[in-house]
Design a protein around this ligand. Sequence first.
Ligand SMILES: Cc1cc2nc3c(=O)[nH]c(=O)nc-3n(C[C@H](O)[C@H](O)[C@H](O)COP(=O)(O)OP(=O)(O)OC[C@H]3O[C@@H](n4cnc5c(N)ncnc54)[C@H](O)[C@@H]3O)c2cc1C
Length: 412
Amino acid sequence: MSIDFTLPADVEAIRQRVRDFMESEVRPAEEKLYADAPDGVPDRKDVVRMIVELRQKAHEWDVWLPHMPKEWGGLGLSITAMAFVSAEAARTNFGPFILNAQAPDEGNQHTLLHHATDTQKEKYLRPLLEGRVRSCFAMTEPEVAGSDPTGIRTFAVQDGDEWAINGHKWFTSGARGASFAILIAKTDPDADPPQASNTAFIVDLPSPGWEVVRDIETMAGHGNHCEVRITDLRVANENILGGRGNGHLLGQARLGPARLAHCMRWIGQIERALELLVDRAEKRELHGAPLADKQAIQWMMADSAMELYSAKLMVLHAAYKIEHGLPFRQEVSFAKHHVANTLWRVVDRAIQVHGALGYSTDTPLESMLRHARSARLVDGADEVHQALIARNVRAAYANDGNVLAATGDFDF
Ligand SMILES: Cc1cc2nc3c(=O)[nH]c(=O)nc-3n(C[C@H](O)[C@H](O)[C@H](O)COP(=O)(O)OP(=O)(O)OC[C@H]3O[C@@H](n4cnc5c(N)ncnc54)[C@H](O)[C@@H]3O)c2cc1C
């Protein structure tokens, strides 16, 4: 029997160091940022100043770039070890950003590390890892369903050593201020299979032909999720990333671990919400006893604890499969769907337990709820993952006469 849930001592040491860093440096700086801001909305300049200062401290605490190999300046953590570190970082708002492990840069870093040429790595990956620049990933378009990337209508046409690209993107997170984009465009409309019709390009920014139309206002405010108009954008042939026709594959390869990285950060948020729920229930008195003594509130605690626990196990198992080179898509879909929905439910329960206070903006919960809603849409909407999961269940039953392969593939 080889299952071992003990955290290796070196991983536990880093996890604890990240927790201490978040509690003693990041959380106080964030609280001061919001307390000093008129109307509670900090100025962009103050946010940037805080991030620069905290990133310097992240180097001193030796928590910078935990997910990247040591030869690239990182801590060299495996994806399983990262599950613990990301959850700690996400207990604060800016934690992942301070470690340079935030979306979409984290996904782009992995993509460049595994698919870029040596020249591309020096030009784009190195400054990204050093925290000198930011990047974005532009795939989704307003006119066609993002859930089916074969429908992409941003076209790239070869012209000598260059490509001329025209199209329209939106929800390109981080586009404003990014120094390059990984752009998915259609180069081979007649490709068979259609998944081979898209190619990834690295686009230097700003560039003539790349126009950020607006920072789309969302239910969580302006989050630098931009609409981008692309008009006769010229990109050199050498800026193709991962080979012509591999845009879909590259997107899928990027999204597996990137989806899991999101889940890891959401687990930190779920933990925080459950702690707020319990804290309030223990301190609020009614009928001569704490609210926590009411059975209805205990059910909320119990359901939240069970859902959080299963979320952690799902993420760890998916991470284990990625780390060991095993097929991981089913497990990543389980985790993506379950963690996103658990986040939504637990934050909602915490608001319920806080009563009117929960509906106010005096606690972090209302902001957490507004941000949590996007979790069920990004990196594949709920139903996309359910469809994939069901397809695998049917295939397992058709092939094996049972569903083992589609339910974790444990060798019990
Ligand atoms: C905050 C945020 C940040 C984002 N950042 C980025 C980014 O950086 N780069 C980028 O390229 N994109 C980004 N996106 C876009 C995101 O990837 C897409 O929203 C997502 O892929 C869904 O595409 P869509 O919005 O076009 O929805 P559609 O594909 O139109 O789907 C609409 C709805 O249809 C349903 N549906 C879809 N497929 C199925 C199915 N097979 N069966 C049943 N029902 C189905 C689902 O309920 C889904 O929500 C971001 C989105 C958000 C909200």
